[in-house]
Design a binder for this molecule. Structure first.
Ligand code: FAD
Ligand code: DHB
Length: 397
């Protein structure tokens, strides 16, 4: 016998940054939601991903009363350092953008704060669900069917479904292929990321372009640092001993004026591939995609998490207008509103990636153009301002 459907206003698939922020934003508007998540709580709170928050994301967390631990534990930098040709150049974001800073606070810390606060508010997050299916998206009351961690079959009837289930989730695939256009670029390189137990080597993030490839120095705490190097996306992490990783990091990051990197024991390492991807439109019937479910950026601009939050801010406002005033125009315009900003973040992430990585497929001419671009950014206030205003986050409509 089919189970009796349960009921909520907004069914949210995925407890990543998009799904969790959306549940909080809706709760503040008196709108009920249920999040269903295929992984367990410990797993989503332990997965190492992005590190940088845009200024408005920080302001939003504080405005929602979710920022107390972030304000105690995050690292606030006035800018970033760009390195190439063995030289260092400081881009002072705070000065160039009228006071906006770079906040380094890891994605899994944001997730921990949002899950704890949601559960404290009595919010519903179903962890460890399986076999998620989206049904009746064209009707007035779409259904999410799933199996609980204990194996019980559940039907959840909703007014709207938010597909916040990342790039590999089922939501985007629920839009007929004929009703969406996908834009994609795959890069011929990936990032090898490590966590190391070492003191900070530098007071702010360093993005370095070197003949051997890109490198990035970031931080997590006074005891733990996060570093990345460009590598072959197909490479096996077993080919990278700690000694080999450190040798590359020293070569790519160190400067002619004697700056040296501090080493420590490596306790986590992995390789990620890089792509740019956009799905247009980001909605179909009563389904709205948000975050990585709809778009991917290469990580060089530190935009992925922030874009996910921007989408659900727009979506929560549109849903609030529907429930408060019966307005459907903001929901109808959701995808177009989001995509205007998303394409600018796609452009910026592509620009940072191509400018800073070594690409064997590029001609020597193109490689010299990348260096000219870097030289221009660090010597022109106008170019540095353009980089800074994108890095700290463009305004949300
Ligand atoms: P996600 O965080 O992917 O959340 C989606 C959630 O949906 C997940 O919890 C998933 O378990 C759940 N889900 C999936 N399928 C189902 C299903 N069938 N049913 C129920 N739930 C489901 N960005 C940066 O800016 N800098 C970085 O260094 C960086 N590193 C990254 C490293 C990796 C390995 C990855 C994958 C991404 C990285 N990103 C980085 C991107 C950034 O983490 C994402 O942009 C961000 O997580 C997007 O948030 P989201 O909520 O849209 O999606
Ligand atoms: C980190 C990740 C990024 O993609 C980036 O551009 C800067 C920092 C990080 O993980 O700390």
């Amino acid at each position: 016998m089919a189970p009796t459907p349960r009921r909520t206003q907004v069914g949210i698939i995925g407890a990543g940054p998009a799904g969790l922020f959306l549940a909080h934003l809706l709760h503040r508007q008196g709108i009920e939601s249920v999040i269903i998540e295929s992984r367990g709580r410990a797993e989503i709170e332990g997965t190492i991903r992005a590190g940088v928050l845009e200024q408005w994301t920080v302001d939003l967390m504080n405005g929602m009363g979710l920022g107390a631990r972030m304000m105690r534990e995050a690292h606030f930098h006035s800018g970033i350092t760009l390195r190439f040709n063995g030289e260092s150049h400081h881009i002072d974001m705070e000065e160039l953008t009228g006071g906006k800073r770079v906040t380094v606070y890891a994605q899994h810390e944001v997730i921990r704060d949002l899950v704890a606060a949601r559960l404290e508010d009595g919010g519903k997050i179903r962890f460890g669900v399986r076999d998620v299916r989206l049904l009746d998206l064209d009707g007035d009351t779409p259904l999410i069917a799933y199996r609980t961690a204990e194996g019980e079959e559940v039907l959840l009837r909703c007014d709207y479904v938010a597909g916040c289930d990342g790039f590999h989730g089922p939501s985007r695939q629920a839009i007929p292929a004929s009703a969406r256009t996908e834009y994609q670029k795959i890069y011929p390189f990936g990032w090898l990321g490590i966590l190391t137990e070492a003191p900070p080597s530098h007071p702010e993030l360093i993005y370095a372009r070197h003949d051997r490839g890109f490198a990035l120095l970031s931080t997590r705490s006074p005891e733990i640092q996060r570093l990345y190097i460009q590598c072959d996306p197909q490479d096996d992490i077993a080919n990278w001993s700690d000694d080999r990783i450190w040798a590359e990091l020293h070569t790519r990051l160190e400067t002619r004026d004697g700056w040296r990197l501090t080493e420590g024991p490596v306790f986590q390492k992995g390789i990620i591939a890089m792509r740019s991807f956009v799905c247009d439109p980001m909605q179909h019937g009563r389904l709205f995609l948000a975050g990585d479910a709809a778009h991917i950026v290469p990580p060089t601009g530190a935009k992925g998490l922030n874009l996910a939050v921007a989408d659900v801010l727009v979506l929560s406002r549109a849903l609030a207008a529907f429930y408060r005033e019966g307005r459907r125009d903001l929901l109808a315009g959701y995808s177009a509103t989001c995509l205007r900003r998303i394409w600018k973040a796609e452009r910026f992430s592509w620009y940072m990636t191509t400018m800073l990585h070594r690409n064997e497929q590029e001609t020597p001419f193109e490689q010299r153009i990348r260096l000219a671009d870097l030289d221009y950014v660090v010597h022109s206030r106008a170019a540095a301002t353009a980089l800074a205003e994108n890095y700290v986050g463009l305004p949300i409509e």
